[in-house]
Design a protein around this ligand. Sequence first.
Ligand SMILES: [Cu+2]
Length: 183
Amino acid sequence: MFSRPRPLRRSLPSRLRVLPSLRSALVALLMGAAALPAWAQVSASDAWTRATVPQQKVAGVFLQLRSVADARLIEASSGAARAVEIHEMAMDGNVMKMRQVPGLDLPAGKPVDLKPGGYHLMLIDLKAPLREGEAVPLSLVVQGRDGRRESLEVRALVRPISAVGSGSSHGHPHGHAHGKAAH
Ligand SMILES: [Cu+2]
């Protein structure tokens, strides 16, 4: 606005008078944004799951979560399953086992990967088989340090049944051999 030619000399003082209030309005706006609760600043990306066979009742969902401020994933649900649990995979002797955990910490600014062989969301009692190319809707509940909760809507892409990881691993030929098809 300052580079525009001013047609009338007398318009200059009124513009200058407007400036301070404009600036304070802008400052108020920025401060308002900074004061947003942590839960409004959690984002999810690359959510995916695998196609399932008809008898399969569970499926793992993988994604990356990132929170600007410290927060915690505490709950998840989906219209595609009776329940969604937060799981972790851990070695028990030399057997990889999964177990439900009450929540997953999302440290400020640090991406958290939910991936095969690690943390994942588990769809429990699928209502119908997941078919490649579909998207599974999920609702995640994240809690900030101040205790406030907000839900985050995510759509997980259904990849081929043999998918083993994110990115370019579509159709990895050894997917079934790992024996972790449900995760
Ligand atoms: Cu699991």
